[in-house]
Design a protein around this ligand. Sequence first.
Ligand SMILES: [Zn+2]
Length: 173
Amino acid sequence: MKTPICLFDAKTGILCSKCDAKLTSGQLNQADVYSSIKLAKLAERDQEISKFTLVGSHKVDDDYILFLRTPDIITIRSNPAIGKKFSGEFDANIWFIEAEGTDRRFMENLFYPLRVLNMNLIWLPDGNKLTRVIVNQVAANRSSFPLDVEKIRKVAKAVKKIDLIVEFEANPN
Ligand SMILES: [Zn+2]
């Protein structure tokens, strides 16, 4: 397991002076620290989770956005019980994001298990830009995933400063 704070700190829940200085300077945030401690607890009980690398974390409202390495995300996607363990330990909604991903991959992670069909930038006359994402509507209807578009927009803004427009497209088939 790797976390943004020292492994020892994550296991004891007490920051060493080095990590404490990183928190004070803003190099780490409170969610990084909290999520590291939670991950250490989960890793004690789960061998797969004990191999995870937490790159960073954000808190948006009561939800946690966890940035993990791609193999960790693949493990979570292939074993939904792991995701449930996270939401149980955190007692919160958890969003799993690939830390190495592009903005496109970030969107695919946010909308998972729905499919992102297209993503493009829209430049406004004032120089600001919006990111438009088109998501497959049919997959949305099939899925039991409670799609909260407003929350997705909020997470994109808070984590990546992306102003998001979400559109749905029906599957032509
Ligand atoms: Zn430390």
